[in-house]
Write a protein that binds this ligand. Structure first.
Ligand code: NOJ
Ligand code: CA
Length: 703
């Protein structure tokens, strides 16, 4: 039986600060395994190094900044003091993978000052946890530094070997790339430019996006990312394949020479390194949340995780369209000629609402209900196309809202901004007022295309501030946000719990229309150990019509149907879509798992897994105490034995296994599955037989 955090720990918040008389130059994790040391090079460059159980993992690596209007902060610097703190608390997540999170670290604050005339000051704060480290730069208010224009942050990460890496290119615009598995010395991001299926990409140098995960030849796992990205540019890590070194390369803008504009006092986001002996501990870690500030929104009991359906996949399949007509008078819609394939009609919305209500799915996303889609597709003149308030003539918003309320279905708003940012900013008030008026409490935003104003990128400071504005606007109206084409998650959901979920990866949609064969079977077993470390994912699982006949016979989902079920547990998100069309769920026995599965968890256990190969996660649902387990594999078949010691010995459970059939295979026979009732208690073992590209899902429902 694993040991779990007990609620009683909540009360045991302690903060111990020690004022040190002489500077210390190192700090260790509470368990003593991880150690960070700071020093200065001969030239007076601040540097840090990190070891794990005595093995150097980050070799001495310098830190500094260059500016567009001031000399760099790099050399000729002295250490003027240090402070250490030990901190421990247990905090409660309003929703999430678990209810209670332990946050225990030792902190070292190193205070640096230039020796030359300007005497500029900055601190580097290191927090060392048992599961990794975070450090950030803090610029206090000071005479010779007021407005700050950062040309580049120069934080190095010098590695101790040519590790195995799971990476996507350092694209300034989008994370929707397949993961590459190579040695560090073979990272070649520039070969990933000009992707045929992406509406925007910008990969200026050989760099990777974060999280990037690595395994050393000694079997240690490292993952590099950032936490608490606020009013700053997103990070990419530039790769030096010869020296086995990485350096921060911030996302910039063509409109300014600087990459970040700030004003003292300010601090940078945390630079974060997860360190884990077992791959599974990367997923179990809550380091990114612990590095973020506590909830700033106060009472957030209005946030309700949910499963949802959508008038969505049918557009990706080409069964219907977002647009209503290609030949109408766009100014008045008078005389508009419907082409008859519009997805978001009142009638179709009611069909989905009926199905969702009958099957315990509590929400519905409707895309393509407002005007503008005809003008968007294939044009660069995107400003002013969408207003998010004007329905197409065949969509009666009042009636759909009325009907959804009657059936107790929450509607999810959709705002496809088409990356026309000023248009969206200008319409935030009216768009959110409409949502408030109708009682929408969730929005899915989208940012397809290159950013307008031209010269900005999705991951630069200007856009980071836009995404943040939307979160804060949504919080005012008590709305949860699911962003597509987002900025990567950096744990801000702790501070703004309505920052619920996002895309930020190659989602299921690529299986519908990608011209490169879709997401291969290894995709999600990599995602679980890379992208998922950043935060919740709107992957949109649950496709049963794997071969997509008759709509997309040239494409398919590259997993078995049983794996689609397992994803509800493995790929975490507080908004989980049942993505397929009602007609493919109707009368389907496997749909029972989607009806039953939880979305909000008391605790999560990562039972086994290796990056890119397989992973098994069990989660206990809040309130009900039901457990759900998901296991997925890459293209290899495998047998996995699960000990059910996580179950409560005092309870009895109805246990249902949804497994790949004996002849299942992601390509040759993806829909072969079996459903078995099992007799299991907390002392049992279950053997899961996963087919190539397969998976298994188990529900343990308290009786
Ligand atoms: C891309 C998003 O990822 C997808 O979910 C959405 O349907 C389309 N954009 C249209 O907004
Ligand atoms: Ca997308």
């Amino acid at each position: 039986m694993k040991t779990f955090l007990k609620p009683i720990l909540l009360a045991s918040i302690a903060l111990m600060a020690f004022a040190c008389s002489k500077p210390v130059n190192h700090v260790s994790s509470p368990d003593g395994n991880i150690r960070v040391s700071i020093s200065l090079t001969e030239k007076g460059e601040p540097q840090y190094e990190v070891s794990h159980k005595g093995e150097a993992i980050i070799l001495p690596s310098v830190m500094g900044f260059s500016f567009t209007d001031a000399p760099p902060l790099a050399e000729n610097i002295e250490l003027v003091g240090t402070k250490t703190i030990s901190f421990t608390e247990t905090w409660e997540m309003p929703w999430g993978e678990q209810r209670f999170v332990e946050n225990t670290y030792n902190e070292l604050k190193a205070e640096f000052r230039e020796k030359s005339a300007l005497k500029r000051r900055f601190d580097v704060v290191f927090r060392v946890y048992d599961d990794g480290i975070g450090f950030r730069y803090v610029f206090p208010e000071q005479p010779n530094m007021d407005e700050v224009f950062i040309a580049e942050e120069n934080t190095f990460f010098n590695l101790n070997g040519n590790h195995n890496c799971w990476w996507i290119p350092g694209d300034w615009d989008i994370y929707e790339h397949l993961y590459n598995t190579t040695r560090f010395s073979e990272i070649d991001a520039l070969s990933k430019r000009n992707h045929p299926n992406l509406a925007q990409t910008h990969i200026p140098v050989n760099a990777v996006n974060t999280p990037v995960t690595m395994r050393t030849d000694n079997g240690l796992h490292l993952s590099f990312h950032e936490a608490a990205l606020v009013n700053y540019a997103g990070i990419t890590l530039q790769i030096d394949t010869e020296n086995l070194s990485m350096k921060s390369n911030l996302v910039g803008s063509e409109r300014t020479a600087h990459k970040v504009a700030q004003q003292t006092p300010f601090n940078t986001p945390w630079r974060m390194i997860q360190i884990a002996e077992k791959a599974t501990d990367l997923i179990a870690s809550r380091l990114i949340l612990n590095l973020n500030e506590p909830n700033k929104l106060g009472d957030v009991s209005w946030l309700k995780p949910t499963k949802y359906m959508g008038i969505w996949w049918e557009m990706h399949l080409g069964k219907s369209t977002w647009d209503y007509s290609g030949t109408q008078d766009m100014s008045t819609w008078i005389g508009a000629k419907p082409h008859g394939r519009h997805g978001a009609t009142t009638e179709n919305a009611k069909r989905y609402i009926d199905f969702a209500a009958e099957n315990g799915i509590n929400a519905l996303l409707i895309e393509g209900w407002y005007t503008g889609w005809e003008n968007w597709i294939g044009t660069d003149a995107r400003e002013g196309i969408f207003d998010f308030v004007t329905p197409y003539p065949d969509f009666d918003l009042d009636e759909v809202v009325r009907y959804a309320k009657e059936k107790e279905i929450r509607l999810i708003m959709h705002h496809e901004t088409s990356a026309a940012i000023n248009t969206y900013d200008q319409q935030l008030d009216t768009a959110y007022a409409l949502m408030e008026h109708y009682g929408f409490d969730m929005v899915k935003t989208g940012y397809v295309g290159t950013i307008i104003p031209q010269g900005e990128y999705h991951h630069g400071q200007w856009m980071v501030n836009h995404y943040q504005r939307v979160i804060e606007k949504a919080a005012e109206t008590k709305v949860m946000v699911n962003a597509h084409e987002p900025i990567m998650a950096t744990g801000l959901r702790r501070t703004y719990p309505n920052d619920a979920t996002r895309e930020g990866l190659r989602g299921q949609e690529f299986n519908a229309w990608a011209t490169d064969g879709g997401n291969p079977p290894e995709h999600l077993p990599i995602v679980a150990f890379t992208r998922m470390l950043a935060g919740p994912i709107d992957y949109t699982p649950g496709i049963f019509n794997i071969k997509m006949e008759p709509y997309r016979s040239e494409n398919q989902v590259n997993t078995t149907l049983a794996q689609q079920l397992a994803l509800y547990v493995v790929i975490y998100g507080p908004l989980q879509m049942a993505a397929d069309l009602p007609e493919y769920y109707e009368g389907h026995p496997a749909f029972q798992f989607i009806r039953d599965v939880g979305v909000d968890w008391e605790q999560s256990l990562v039972l086994n897994g290796e990056v890119g190969e397989f992973v098994t996660i069990a989660r206990e649902e809040r309130v009900t105490g039901n457990w759900f387990l998901g296991s997925i594999t890459n293209q290899e078949a495998r047998e996995i034995t699960i000990h059910t010691d996580f179950l409560d010995p005092a309870k009895s459970y109805k246990v249902t296994l949804y497994a790949d059939g004996p002849d299942a295979h992601w390509d040759e026979n993806p829909t072969s599955y079996v459903i078995e009732e099992l007799t299991v208690n907390h002392n049992s073992e279950i053997t899961l037989k996963l087919a190539p590209g397969g998976g298994a899902a188990v529900s343990f429902v308290v009786e």
